[in-house]
Every structure is written in structure tokens, then in C-alpha cells.
Design a protein around this ligand. Structure first.
Ligand SMILES: Cc1cc2nc3c(=O)[nH]c(=O)nc-3n(C[C@H](O)[C@H](O)[C@H](O)COP(=O)(O)OP(=O)(O)OC[C@H]3O[C@@H](n4cnc5c(N)ncnc54)[C@H](O)[C@@H]3O)c2cc1C
Length: 446
């Protein structure tokens, strides 16, 4: 294998695939290759069992500011529109109720304020506050066995898209592959990227590729490759593994609890599996690990490559982990993966959503889960929320913790504009046609 391409995309998860779809179908870029190291597409974080299958709109994620919610909302609508257009038979997604649940005076007041005063009710016309009775009609198990004196309020919407991001990745690739100018190479590892006079040479396990422009959408490995080329020196990663627990048929849709403001990863929530509504999934947990991919010891070395073992990285970790809220949270999460102690320690989180659950009702989901590459800014010694993009000379690197799958098309749209700038005036991006194929199909509130 080898070749010369206008554009090479590294990584066959949902980020790389959505960019392939966007550039192949809606630009006149002449030749595009996507290179993926695994034999299957979407084998890492985009696989359906490795993430929380939530299409994040920002309506029920109480750790998002209004500004962040506005940003994420358009991304979610682009993908929801794609799914409405290409998945009428619901093979890649389901549409169910979703809500964020407040219990007790304090949480109820917080949700009321968010809805009425902070602008979330206006931003999300389909979101509505519902009380105990209606919560019980939609999700009987959320109310059953709960202290009747405790006040309850949920912000609920029917726009609960539950997404198999793995199947969606494959759909993007299929759509793109209908175009004449596209090659997809799986089982091909990128070993090295070297700048040339007019682009990059990409050495892989199966030969050499040359590109005018390159996008690295390799999850955590994007930062590793960026650093090898001298970019992103002010960033390291805090890899946070997430596991899940399973139970039988407890919820009809998605139920979130209120999130901690300081944490960029979602609070524990429960929802019905995208393909089998009788399986309820709770999670994710948040365990600090020194690897870039779940359960792959071989990526410990990659973690240390990205970490860099320098003073700025250590000081940033120390600053972040000494936080009064984060440290106990991280320590508690170390326990959840332990065979006997784990489910016992995790049970109270599940009972927050479904009070009547008992220990024998839940089991750790074996083989589920991924590693979120949370980004640490070593200049400010702070943990960043969400994804990061590094734009270099004719090259883009995307690092994609949550909500990276939800915003993949918005990210692809942005990258496509940047690519057109890289490649020059001979190329065009038909954004109107892209929008018509995607967000144009999103069902708006009457
Ligand atoms: C526990 C958990 C829960 C989450 N929940 C949600 C959620 O509910 N909603 C949401 O929107 N997001 C969620 N996320 C985030 C979401 O999973 C990611 O943002 C998304 O999958 C990222 O897609 P990606 O294509 O960028 O990365 P990946 O899916 O990780 O794909 C990167 C690809 O690059 C390939 N690659 C790496 N190195 C090389 C190399 N050298 N050569 C060739 N290929 C390479 C990998 O094999 C991989 O296939 C969650 C993540 C986790 C871990």
C-alpha cells in the first residue's frame, strides 16, 4: 500500500469518519485516504459499548454553561439530522425520553433556576420541567421506593437520541466510499509523520503515503503525534477510564443526575441500551489510568510520551489533583473496578437514579468502557473542558474526550473550512449541501 493523496485522515473513529464523509461528499478535494490501525473501524472510543451512547445537546448536562450548551447544540443537531436522514429504520440510533433529575430542595431549586433564569428553557424549546407524577409515568422505577417527602423535579425532553457511534462511523464511511476519490485502509498503523516541501510523508505499517494536507483524528494518540512534530507542547493528558454497570430493564429512557460543576466528565447516569431497551446501563465511572487505550498495557509508553515527564506536567497534575472536589472523586473511582468491592461502592450512584435497586441487580459490564483523553493546560495548570484542536501547517490534530462524538460533524465542518484554506482557491466546500444532508433534517419544535 502507498499513494499520494490531497488529504490523509489518520484514525477511523467517528471523528475521522465524519470528516471523510464531509470532505468526500461536499468538497472537490481530488483524493482522500483514511488510515486506521485496527482491523475494524470504530474499535476504540467510538465503539458502542465503550461510551455512554448519549447525543449531548447541552440541555440536561448541568456542568455546561449556557455558552457551552449553545456550542454543543448545533453539533448535536447536525448529527441528529444525519441520523434522521440516513437511519429511518433506527439501526444506528433510538429516540427516547431523557431527563435530568433533581431530588431534594437544593437540587430542585438549581434545576428551576437553570430552566427559568439561566436561559436553558429558552434555548431548548422542547425541554420542560416535570414533577413527581409525570416522572413516574415516564420512568416508574425512578419514583418507586423514593422517600415521598422529598421534592422531585426533572427537566425532560423527547429529544433523547441514543446513538451507536460505531455504526454511525461505518455509515459515514459507506456514504463517503460511494465517491470515486476515497480509499480506506484498515489494519494499517501510522508510525511516523514527516513534513515535506509540499505536505507530509506518512510512514505506516503497510507502506508510505504522501499528502498535501493531513488531519490526525487518532483520539489520545493525536496529542502524541502532535508533540512528535513540535506542536501542543503546552498540553498533557489526564486519561480517565470509564466503566459501566448493567441491570435488567430499569429505565425506559435516559436519566441523568446533576453534575459537579468542576468535573469535565459526565456524572453517573442510567439509560436503556441503544439496541436492546431491556438492558439498562449505568455509568460511566472515572478512573485515572496511565494508558491511552482501555486495557492496552502497550499504550502506557504512549501515555509517558504525551506526559513528557517534565516539571510543568508534574506541577499541573499536582495542582489539578490537589483540588478538594476532584481528589476525593478520583480516589473513590479507583474502587469501582474491583471485583467485589466495586459494585458495592457503586450501588449508591445507581440508587440515586433507581432507589429500589439492590446489589444483586447490577453487574460490571465486562469489556465495556473507554479512556477519555481529558486535556491539561500546562501553562495554566488547569483541566480543560471538552475537546481540543491544534492547527499546524497543513495539519490538524483533534483530541476528543466527551462530547467529541456528539460534535463530530460540527468539528468536521470546521476542519473542512481549514482544509480548504490549506489547499487553496481551487477547492470549494458546499456547506449549504452539507447542512441540507444533516441539520436540515433535524425536527424542530413547532
Ligand atoms: C466512557 C466514555 C463515555 C463517553 N460518552 C460519550 C457520550 O455519551 N457522548 C459523546 O458524544 N461522547 C462520549 N464520549 C466521547 C466519545 O467516545 C469520543 O469523543 C469519540 O468516540 C471520539 O472519536 P474519535 O474518532 O476522535 O476517537 P476514537 O474513536 O478513539 O478513534 C480514534 C481512532 O484512531 C485510531 N488510531 C490511533 N492511533 C493510530 C495510528 N497510529 N494509526 C492509525 N490509526 C490510529 C484508533 O485505532 C481509533 O480507531 C465518551 C468517552 C468515554 C471514554
Amino acid at each position: 500500500m502507498s499513494g499520494k493523496y490531497d488529504l490523509v485522515i489518520v484514525g477511523g473513529g467517528i471523528s475521522g469518519a465524519s470528516l471523510l464523509y464531509t470532505t468526500a461528499k461536499f468538497t472537490d478535494i481530488d483524493s482522500i485516504a483514511l488510515i486506521e490501525k485496527e482491523s475494524e473501524l470504530a474499535a476504540i472510543n467510538s465503539h458502542s459499548t465503550n461510551n455512554s451512547q448519549t447525543l449531548h445537546f447541552g440541555d440536561i448536562e448541568t456542568n455546561y454553561t449556557l455558552e457551552k450548551a449553545e456550542e454543543v447544540k448545533e453539533g448535536a443537531e447536525l448529527l441528529a439530522g444525519y441520523l434522521e436522514n440516513y437511519d429511518p429504520d433506527r439501526e444506528m440510533h433510538s429516540k427516547r425520553s431523557k431527563m435530568v433529575l433533581g431530588v431534594g430542595d437544593e437540587e430542585v431549586a438549581e434545576l428551576e433556576e437553570r430552566y427559568e433564569d439561566d436561559g436553558f428553557g429558552d434555548l431548548f424549546p422542547k425541554l420542560r420541567p416535570i414533577g413527581r407524577e409525570e416522572i413516574g409515568e415516564l420512568e416508574p422505577k425512578v419514583v418507586e421506593g423514593r422517600d415521598p417527602t422529598k421534592e422531585m423535579l426533572a427537566l425532560q425532553t423527547p429529544d433523547g437520541y441514543v446513538v451507536d457511534y460505531g455504526e454511525t462511523t461505518k455509515s459515514f464511511i459507506e456514504e463517503a466510499s460511494e465517491e470515486a476519490n476515497v480509499d480506506v485502509y484498515t489494519g494499517t498503523t501510522v508510525k511516523d509523520i514527516t513534513p515535506t516541501l509540499d505536505g507530509y510523508t506518512i510512514e505506516t505499517s503497510h507502506g508510505r503515503f504522501d499528502s498535501d494536507a493531513t488531519v490526525v483524528a487518532a483520539g489520545s494518540h493525536s496529542l502524541q503525534m502532535a508533540k512528535e512534530l513540535g506542536y501542543g507542547q503546552d498540553k498533557v493528558l489526564l486519561p480517565i477510564a470509564g466503566s459501566f454497570f448493567l441491570a435488567d430493564d430499569l429505565l425506559n429512557g435516559k436519566v441523568y443526575t446533576l453534575q459537579m460543576k468542576k468535573l469535565p466528565f459526565a456524572a453517573v447516569h442510567g439509560d436503556a441500551d441503544v439496541h436492546d431497551a431491556s438492558v439498562t446501563r449505568f455509568g460511566p465511572t472515572a478512573k485515572l489510568v496511565p494508558t491511552l487505550e482501555r486495557g492496552r498495557i502497550s499504550t502506557v509508553k504512549d501515555f509517558f510520551d504525551v506526559f513528557g515527564l517534565n516539571a510543568a506536567a508534574f506541577l499541573s497534575y499536582a495542582n489539578i489533583l490537589s483540588d478538594r472536589i476532584l481528589l476525593p472523586y478520583v480516589l473513590k473511582n479507583l474502587v469501582y473496578d474491583l471485583p467485589a468491592a466495586g459494585p458495592k461502592a457503586f450501588l449508591p450512584h445507581v440508587q440515586k437514579v433507581v432507589p429500589s435497586v439492590e446489589l444483586e441487580d447490577i453487574e460490571r459490564a465486562k469489556g465495556y468502557g473507554g479512556v477519555r483523553p481529558q486535556i491539561v493546560d500546562t501553562k495554566n495548570k488547569s483541566l480543560d473542558m471538552g475537546e481540543a484542536k491544534i492547527v499546524g501547517e497543513d495539519i490538524i490534530f483533534n483530541i476528543t474526550p466527551s462530547p467529541g462524538a456528539s460534535t463530530c460533524l460540527k468539528n468536521a465542518m470546521r476542519d473542512t473550512h481549514t482544509l480548504i484554506d490549506f489547499l487553496g482557491d481551487d477547492y470549494e466546500f458546499d456547506e449549504a449541501a452539507f447542512r441540507e444532508d444533516t441539520i436540515g433534517n433535524f425536527p424542530r419544535a413547532e
